[in-house]
Design a protein. Structure first.
Length: 294
């Protein structure tokens, strides 16, 4: 059994805008962290490898933007697959890092990584059935059920569940695939496109946040009905608007309409919560992924 703090682990939170690299211990201590812009792989990957090469890590955990292939029996396991991000489509991320660093690599989605960080090191520590949703430039979600991250055929794409538009909302959505999906109607770009300003400039516009809560609340109600989580954690740039939380909880209550009655739902302020690790939940999840490879 590995003693806490004995092994150093690498963490790579691979985002579409930036790659956050860190080194830490399995007790959650982070020793060093840097951010590298996400350019094309031939520019970005050598920088990542250069950061980790002399750090004496025992394993690396990677939580990546996607879609990704998480099926270990697949010939494209560890690939970023059908992303529109230039140069990253069908890119063998895991094998590129594993071959260069010669260490085991744990791999999952960025949102599963964030969820893993929260239930391992954050205020949701120990919860075995939880959902993490990030609402920002895009919308994504990680799911844990019975203590295991949910993969299935691929991995959940919670941001692309279809939603019922609010009666007076004529906005068609920004998602080029679905229009009125969660991401299409409630992401940061959707807010900007609908209202003509970035979210952070719309703080005093109550109608903006009431409509945002309408869609987030509807999505969460769908997830409660289908996945029955014991906690829902909300992160991402849009959720920096703290006034959203009471509005979302009220919208969830309205959507459930008394159909499900459990002790957890009687305390929505403890059931629907903010991310507790600042911007480090993804990195912390990567540390856990790396430790799991030992």
């Amino acid at each position: 059994m590995i003693q806490s703090g004995r092994n150093k682990y690498g963490a790579l939170e691979a985002g579409g805008t930036k790659m956050v690299c860190a080194v830490g211990y399995d007790d959650g201590r982070i020793l060093e962290k840097v951010s590298i812009p996400t350019l094309e792989p031939d520019k970005t990957i050598p920088e990542i490898i250069g950061f980790f090469r002399d750090k004496n890590i025992s394993a690396l955990g990677v939580a990546s933007f996607g879609p990704v292939d998480l099926d270990k029996t697949s010939p494209t396991y560890g690939y970023i697959t059908s992303t529109p991000k230039k140069g990253w489509g069908n890119y063998p991320l895991v094998s590129a890092l594993k071959e260069a660093l010669n260490v085991p690599v744990g791999f999952d989605t960025d949102v599963n990584g964030a969820l893993l960080g929260e239930v391992t090191f954050g205020s949701s520590k120990g919860i075995t059935d939880a959902i993490y949703i990030t609402i920002g430039t895009g919308i994504g979600g990680g799911v844990m059920t019975n203590g295991k991250l949910l993969h299935g055929m691929m991995h959940p794409e919670l941001g692309h569940m279809l939603l019922r538009p609010e009666e007076d909302d004529k906005f068609k959505g920004v998602c080029p695939f679905h229009g009125n999906c969660f991401e299409g109607l409630a992401s940061g770009p959707a807010i900007e496109k609908r209202w003509g300003e970035k979210a952070e400039k719309l703080y005093d516009r109550d109608e903006v946040w009431e409509l945002e809560a309408f869609y987030i609340g509807q999505a969460i109600a769908n997830l409660i009905m289908t996945l029955s989580p014991k906690r829902i954690i909300l992160g991402g740039g849009v959720m920096h608007q703290s006034k959203l939380f009471p509005l979302i909880r009220e919208a969830v209550k309205k959507n459930l309409n008394g159909y499900i009655r459990t002790p957890l739902l009687e305390k929505l302020d403890e059931y629907i919560v903010t991310a507790s690790l600042g911007d480090d939940q993804g990195i912390m999840g990567c540390i856990k992924l790396a430790a799991g490879e030992m």
